[in-house]
Design a protein around this ligand. Structure first.
Ligand code: HEM
Ligand code: NAG
Ligand code: NAG
Ligand code: NAG
Ligand code: NAG
Ligand code: NAG
Ligand code: NAG
Ligand code: NAG
Ligand code: NAG
Ligand code: NAG
Ligand code: NAG
Ligand code: NAG
Length: 331
């Protein structure tokens, strides 16, 4: 082959590679190796400090990355407050209002990162790094976080309302919302395993406890012993804001108990239990594997977090590096 033909083929290959993988072409685990080499330790150290006074914060930070990535990609849009051109924030969207938390810790991380390396690390990357630090400090896997996302200039409240799954949806609908952002059934099961830590308010599952969709009875896929406990903690006419551990067996630890809970009908949210209790679902065999083999779960979770972190990032000259995670620069 002549060197001309060779370089022609190389060029075609490169062009195809770039155009076939536009969403994650530029993320890299070494993105800040010259501009902010210590960024992972700085993030981890602030998360660790926050955990001293709030054992739930690791779960809350993990969830923020998920809710960021599912709406206009991982672009830090969930962090924007109302102000300037932002009239409807994602923070106030249905799935986040009085529910998403950890924004103050994100601001502390940003301050600490800016002290080490001013103006180079995006808020979207901080969310990805904080999620990894949170999972690993909680006893879960570590992974090399892909970096190089930039921060978006808009918030999409209606997108947050429709793209983030809600806890009463069917498995088919949740699967479709994951597929819409390029995540498959293995990703859905692995990432749902994040419900191995953190809390959920009664209002997100109390429809299961007394009268499931007008049937007059509780959800039949709810373990009777667990049901009695939940009915006590979330009485009819009680406060919808009361907190419950998503994984009662180890509330703040990242392990595979979530999957063992599903096997004994102790998934807290309807969307958790239906992963295992929907007849014939493709999710069942994945759950059996993760329940029996924590290593398999940890490996899959790390890979699926990388997949989720690759959802439509802004790279190159798109977006900006925000100096305050709550505001678009210059507003
Ligand atoms: C499959 C669809 C999902 C649904 C319907 C769902 C729904 C929910 C709901 C309703 C809560 C309780 C929020 C509250 O009470 O304020 C919650 C908590 C949580 N979710 Fe999910 N979630 C899903 C997937 C995920 C994924 C993919 C992740 C991360 C990878 C995640 C991580 C968490 C964590 C860690 C918490 C606890 C947060 C805290 O304690 O502050 N969830 N989720
Ligand atoms: C990196 O950050 C950690 C945590 O903030 C700190 O303890 C360490 O001294 C830093 N190392 C360098 C080389 O800056
Ligand atoms: C968010 O919750 C507050 C109560 O804390 C409520 O006043 C407000 O209307 C809610 N926002 C939206 C958009 O529903
Ligand atoms: C999003 O949902 C909340 C209620 O959950 C509603 O108050 C708000 O108007 C919705 N926002 C948009 C832009 O649809
Ligand atoms: C908002 O999100 C929805 C659903 O994810 C999407 O269809 C829409 O294009 C987004 N809007 C903007 C302005 O990005
Ligand atoms: C599933 O999605 C469809 C279309 O958005 C909606 O009409 C239906 O109510 C959803 N079903 C459940 C159980 O969430
Ligand atoms: C989901 O995608 C992963 C690659 O990220 C693949 O290994 C896995 O087999 C896929 N799962 C399903 C159910 O297609
Ligand atoms: C259950 O809910 C349905 C409709 O929401 C209602 O008609 C019925 O009376 C309720 N049953 C009980 C036992 O509360
Ligand atoms: C809840 O409140 C309604 C009226 O608001 C009442 O009819 C019902 O008996 C109450 N249920 C319980 C279990 O207290
Ligand atoms: C209900 O949970 C208990 C543990 O609390 C377990 O021993 C039992 O097997 C579970 N029942 C079902 C039907 O899964
Ligand atoms: C558990 O999963 C890991 C990773 O997939 C695999 O290498 C290992 O062989 C599995 N262990 C058992 C006992 O099946
Ligand atoms: C707000 O929107 C206007 C009109 O699109 C634009 O000219 C301006 O630059 C925006 N402001 C900021 C801070 O992005």
């Amino acid at each position: 082959m002549s060197s001309f033909t060779y370089s022609l083929f190389t060029t075609i290959f490169l062009v195809l590679t770039i155009f076939l993988h536009p969403s994650n072409a530029q993320l890299s685990s070494t993105f800040y190796s010259s501009t902010c080499p210590n960024v992972s330790s700085v993030v981890r150290s602030v998360v660790q400090q926050a955990l001293q006074s709030d054992p739930r914060i690791a779960a809350s930070l993990t969830r923020l990355h998920f809710h960021d990535c599912f709406v206009n990609g991982c672009d830090g849009s969930i962090l924007l407050d109302v102000g300037g051109n932002i009239t409807l924030s994602e923070k106030n969207a249905g799935p986040n209002n009085n529910s998403a938390r950890g924004f103050d810790v994100v601001d502390n991380i940003k301050t600490s990162v800016e002290n080490s390396c001013p103006g180079v690390v995006s808020c979207a990357d901080i969310l990805a790094l904080a999620a990894e630090a949170s999972v690993s400090l909680g006893g879960g896997p570590s992974w090399n976080v892909q970096l190089g996302r930039r921060d978006g200039l808009i918030a999409n409240q209606s997108g947050a309302n429709t793209s983030i799954p809600n806890p009463t949806e069917s498995l088919a609908n949740v699967t479709a919302k994951f597929a819409a952002v390029g995540l498959n059934v293995t990703d859905l099961v692995a990432l749902s395993g994040a419900h191995t830590f953190g809390r959920a308010q009664c209002r997100f599952f109390n429809q299961r406890l007394f009268n499931l969709s007008g049937t007059g009875s509780p959800d039949p896929t709810l373990n009777a012993t667990y049901l009695a406990t939940l009915q006590q903690n979330c009485p009819q006419n009680g406060s919808g804001n009361t907190l419950n551990n998503l994984d009662p067996s180890s509330p703040d630890t990242f392990d595979n108990n979530y999957f063992q809970n599903l096997l004994s009908n102790q998934g807290l949210l309807q969307t958790d239990q239906e992963l295992f209790s929907t007849n014939g679902a493709a999710t069942i065999s994945v759950i059996n594997n993760f329940a029996a083999n924590q290593t398999a779960f940890f490996q899959a979770f790390a890979q699926s977090m990388i997949n989720m972190g690759n959802i439509s990032p802004l790279t190159g000259s798109r977006g900006e590096i925000r100096s305050d995670c709550k505001r678009v620069n210059g507003s």
